[in-house]
Design a binder for this molecule. Sequence first.
Ligand code: ADP
Ligand code: MG
Length: 761
Amino acid sequence: MDKSALRATLERQSVILRSIGDAVIATDSGGDVELMNPVAEALTGWKEEDARGRPLAEVFRIVNEETRAELESPVARVLREGVVVRLANHTLLLSRDGREIPITDSGAPIRDESGAITGVVLVFRDQTAEREAQARLLESGEMFRATFEQAAVGMILLSLDGGFLRANRFFMGMTGYSAHELYSMNIMDMIPPEDRAMGMDCMRQLKDGKALTCGTEKRLVRRDGSLIWVEMAASLVEEMEGVPGYFVVSAKDITGRKEAERQLRMLSVAVEQAGESIVVTDRAGNIQYVNKAFERTTGYTRQEAIGQNPRILKSGKHDEGFYRRLWKTISSGRTWQGRFVNRRKDGTLYTEDVVISPVFDESGSIVNYVAGKYDVTEHVKVEAQFQQAQKMESVGRLAGGVAHDFNNMLGVIMGYAELALSRIGQDSPVRGHLEKILSAAERSTGIIQQLLAFAKRQPAAPVVLDINKTAEGMLKMLKRLIGEDIALEWLPGPDLWKVKIDPAQVDQILVNLCVNARDAIADVGKITIETANVHLDEAYCADHPGLVPGDYAMLAVSDTGCGMDKETLEKAFEPFFTTKEVGKGTGLGLATVYGIVKQNSGFINIYSEPGQGTTIKIYLPRVGGEAAEIKEAPKAVPGGRGETVLVVEDEEAILDLAATMLERLGYRVLRARTAEKAIEIAGLHREIRLLLTDVVMPGMNGRDLAGRLSAISPGLKVLYMSGYTANVIAHHGVLDEGVKFLQKPFTLSDIALKVREAIDA
Ligand code: ADP
Ligand code: MG
């Protein structure tokens, strides 16, 4: 090779060297800088001419990135060991102008033809960009790991068949499993068997690409066997760069929420099914919710009620002030309590006890009102009935007391009028007067009898009877009573159950009811009397306060008359209540019927509407036994045949009257004003055939007296007169069946018949 060719080659090599993109520094065999290319100049901050001849360590200063310890330049090792040396990672080049540049480099020996080392060539590269990218990468990986680890939600990675690949702390805390345990488990091991199908389905959809995510609410079995509710959301991470696909699943513990939901559901069922009506309104009072009881009570369906104002229930029974006070109370945040009379959809009224409370939000302002309403219509009715019964009771006591005394006096008036009549001649001028006295007194007796019946003080002699027979015997008389313009229909029920009642009382009931029915019919119409067997069951009685379950013979009298309005209905049973003009009504008819029915443990019901006629139903309790024969009383007035009668009566006027009448009839009479006196007399007079005694007297009563005297003289007959005294009647109410009884006041023929019958029995 000639000189010029050599120079050209060297020239060429130098150009190549300087064009290399990496930094290149060459040293001599002593390690001093011989050559630098421009990249090396740029990185180290040294100019070639400055650096030439200096030791490499001066131009190429390197430190460890982390420790900042100065590193030996690889050149020394290359010279020493004659091998290619690479720099460790994390090396920083400290440039002459103070920069720190991350680099990688390598050093290699330069050998001559003989193989002797004549220097070192150092090649290095600026790594700033790579390092930064790597740092970024590193940093982000770290971040993701930390995120996964520390997320406040359970995070798991599952293999495509459900095996656990990874689980974060939160998930482990939630389930109670350690990482170690989880990595040998499948997610299905944690799902209760009945929920597994859903889980499998979810995984399949993700795998088949049918869904991008899949979320479910699922129960998981914790390590200790307890169950938690978890909201899971899963997605598929597809296979990439040889890494198989897997599922990323987040799992949030919603047990608390589920429990709250359960409680809410429970509460809402309770509210929905409650026996009380519940209404929720917004602040303006518009209905937002009503429960079933509301629908039942008001007749409005939920659809009809929602959006309405509760004033659809207004009955008009309360004034504006009432509602204003209510609103004032609740809108000021307080609870209102009270009683409403409201109107149902069908127009009928009902009464309810109501509590209305405001509902507040977190900030304390009112958002809703809730009303709990309890229908007390029935309760109010029962209360009213109870009060009514009490009123009747006290009125009865009063009326009974007056009637009792008055009745005795009437007896005396009538008795002496009769006696006087029997003593004067047919054409005596006072005969007409006496007859007037007698007939007026007799009419008064009718009124008094009614009052006593109402007061339940009418002594009765109940027998077991068939009401059908008793009523049939009355039909002729009733037809006469109601006249020709009114038809009377008789509908006896078959095989009517027997009841125990004084037949005279059945007559009284029928007469009173038919007279009322007749009065209610303006001109033509119809009265129906019917009977039937009725069984009142528990359910029916629960709906009809005052009724007692059991078997009853029912007697009903219906008419096509004017009917009654509400006010009349409420008062109809009260004595002296009448809507009839003065002289026409006494107001005692229904009171009498009421008293009789009560005395016989029965019930009475009125069904009546203005213009719709009236039905009055009487229920008498069924008894066993055979019906008694009702004997027709003989017509003639039988006299005495000198038999001795002991008359015992504490009321002197009556004692005298009875004795005088009996003597006139041809009896021998012994008188006693007390039971003691009677016993004394009886001891002296064995010839006594009959004891006629008052039922109640001071000291010993009539029954006990009869018992004592029967012991003294067996075969003694007994006839009672009623004393009308409250005590005995109240305590016993009635006389025993079969006992002979003379009702005060009595006429001559009454006493004649009863005494004769008693002695002959
Ligand atoms: P009185 O018949 O003397 O008025 P009651 O006690 O028998 O007394 O009846 C009281 C009131 O009840 C009557 O005045 C009448 O207004 C009403 N009433 C009773 N029965 C009927 C009926 N069948 N139809 C319509 N109103 C009746
Ligand atoms: Mg009447």
